[in-house]
Write a protein that binds this ligand. Structure first.
Ligand code: FAD
Length: 390
């Protein structure tokens, strides 16, 4: 079995790459360890930068996203009950974000792949990568209990943080950078109308809270919790009480409802200093994880794919290998920027130290500066909506 580009993972990164390659007439095939139903129902990100929406539009897969996605032109920041709105459109020349759940993105991308006859092998788990330093690499994978091989020109490991791609970068060929934080995010999806038209990021002395949404009838909330806490520690009433307390400001009324989904996710930063070796290329969470506070994980994955597709298309169309060689460098400029922004948002809103600690005073000072400085607000806004180019 042979294809030109073997893609591991049917997440936003792998699916976008397949569609871009297909558009350029380059054969590819996706191996995905889970079932279609599983990947299409995994609740994760929901904030799309304009660059991401633009790419989906170029790919002709943004029809439902344009109809059902909610465009947001601002975000509300709150510090101990005091609120500040950051108007993206005014500060960034009309740029904005779109709220549309990652599982909906994945459904749209999977449907487009299958409609365009791009093969996705579900429940096919990549197991080992071979000969990545040659022009004829191959993947061994397991499907229906049988070990099979897929030969190719290139392997694109779009297989997320727990995938296998990164493990096949030669040991010692890259530096990895990481930080873990002493807290996690408890996320819920609730059957309730949003209590605010825009996202609210809140610092509260008990910890961070985020009010987000997915549609006019579904809201998404996050709470900072300790790393030792378990879902069993958080029954529904405790979750709603904490949200009520942390998001409180005079005049604000929290709408509650049935909780449809709950999860706890650790907050971490991780990245590889090199995203390639020979004919193996990493993209998305396979190469980097950012704290979710900036809403960047999915967007960064798609930004990597723009570079990777461009490099592969240049190779197949004209034999030009320059963009393949510079792939990591091209991606890393944005990745570092996003790491910094996500760290900034995390440090600004989470409870890090005691009240009156140095950390708390620095957080307070940042928020006070945001209130009076259009320049500081502009910096936050342009990073939040996503830099057009970097
Ligand atoms: C619980 C959770 C909540 C999140 N919330 C947010 C958020 O609110 N905002 C935000 O911006 N980001 C969030 N993220 C991050 C965001 O979802 C990711 O950045 C995004 O999914 C990255 O896309 P990807 O395609 O690189 O990886 P993934 O979406 O992880 O896709 C990788 C795919 O590879 C498959 N795979 C893995 N190993 C193999 C193998 N050996 N063989 C075959 N297939 C394999 C996996 O099954 C998966 O389908 C969240 C992540 C998690 C886990």
């Amino acid at each position: 079995m042979k294809t030109s580009v073997a893609i591991i993972g049917a997440g936003p990164a792998g699916l976008s790459l397949a569609l871009l390659l297909h558009q350029a007439g380059i054969p590819c095939l996706i191996l995905e360890r889970h079932s279609r139903a599983y990947v299409e129902s995994r609740v994760r990100a929901g904030l799309l930068e304009q660059n991401t929406v633009d790419l989906f539009t170029e790919l002709g897969v943004a029809g439902r996203l344009r109809r059902e996605g909610l465009e947001h032109f601002g975000v509300i920041l709150s510090f101990e009950g005091e609120r500040l709105r950051i108007p993206f459109d005014e500060l960034t020349g009309g740029r904005h974000i779109t709220i549309y759940g990652q599982q909906e993105v994945v459904k749209d991308l999977v449907a487009a792949c299958l409609e365009r006859q791009i093969e996705i092998r579900f429940e096919a788990k990549a197991w080992e990568l071979h000969r990545i330093e040659t022009e004829a690499p191959y993947i061994q994978y397991i499907q229906d209990g049988t070990r099979k091989s897929l030969a190719c020109d290139f392997i694109a490991a779009c297989d997320g943080f727990h995938g296998i791609g990164r493990k096949f970068l030669p040991p010692g060929s890259y530096i990895d950078y990481q930080t873990s934080y002493p807290f996690s995010w408890l996320g819920i999806l609730a059957e309730t109308a949003p209590s605010s038209e825009e996202l609210i990021y809140t610092f509260h002395e008990e910890g961070f809270a985020l009010h987000s949404l997915r549609s006019d009838a579904i809201s998404r909330f996050y709470l900072q919790v300790d790393n030792t806490e378990k879902l069993e520690d958080w029954d529904d009433s405790r979750i709603w009480e904490s949200l009520e307390k942390r998001l409180f400001t005079p005049g604000f009324k929290l709408q509650t409802g049935r909780i449809l989904e709950k999860s706890i996710t650790p907050v971490r930063s991780y990245m590889t200093g090199t995203m390639q070796s020979g004919r193996l290329f990493l993209a998305g969470d396979a190469a980097h994880i950012v704290p979710p506070t900036g809403g960047k994980g999915l967007n960064l994955a798609v930004a990597d794919i723009r570079w990777l597709a461009k490099a592969m298309i240049a190779f197949y169309k004209s034999g030009d290998e320059q963009k393949l060689r510079s792939y990591s460098q091209d991606c890393l400029r944005r990745i570092w920027r996003v790491q910094d922004f996500s760290h900034f948002m995390t440090q600004l809103f989470h409870r890090i130290g005691e009240r009156e600690s140095l950390e708390y005073r620095l957080q307070r000072s940042k928020f006070d500066y945001l209130k009076i400085s259009r320049a500081y607000q502009t910096s936050l806004a342009e990073n939040y909506v996503g830099l057009k180019e970097i």
